[in-house]
Write a protein that binds this ligand. Sequence first.
Ligand code: HEM
Length: 144
Amino acid sequence: MTYLLIKTLHLLAAIAFIGTLFFQVLILAPAAQRLDPSVRALLGPVLGQQARHVIHVVAIVLYGAGLTLVWPYRSLLANPLSSTFATLLSLKILLAFMIIGHYAALIFLRRSQRIGERGMHWLNVSLLLHAMLLVICAKSMFVL
Ligand code: HEM
């Protein structure tokens, strides 16, 4: 029952995480291109702040639940090539850490003011692709 609850939380957080990225990349960014620069300048920081706030909470639930879920499989991870399941789970975890790497890079680039709107967009595209690949691993690891 507890495992089911944690798995459900993990899945809901994954939906929220990928849904936010999907919205940013495929809806918000193209729509913002059609706005007047003055409106974009007003809207951008407000939306960015709210998105960061939501993503922080979602990421804590997602990664916290993920670490709990992986506990029963810990011995398998010692030998990632021992089975298809172990390989896909290891790949899934690697992708999850690469996603954290994206956010670390984003924080660094923002603080040193080395990233503009275009850079942020491509970083979000890369995040979305990593997250999609991760879900493919998650969903195929029990089937293949
Ligand atoms: C961006 C981060 C992540 C995303 C988007 C994600 C997504 C998913 C999805 C969609 C599932 C399938 C759930 C289902 O259909 O029931 C899943 C399962 C799983 N995830 Fe994650 N995950 C992430 C991070 C992590 C992390 C960091 C870990 C562990 C270190 C982890 C461990 C697991 C495990 C062990 C399962 C299988 C649970 C089971 O059925 O026994 N995940 N994940």
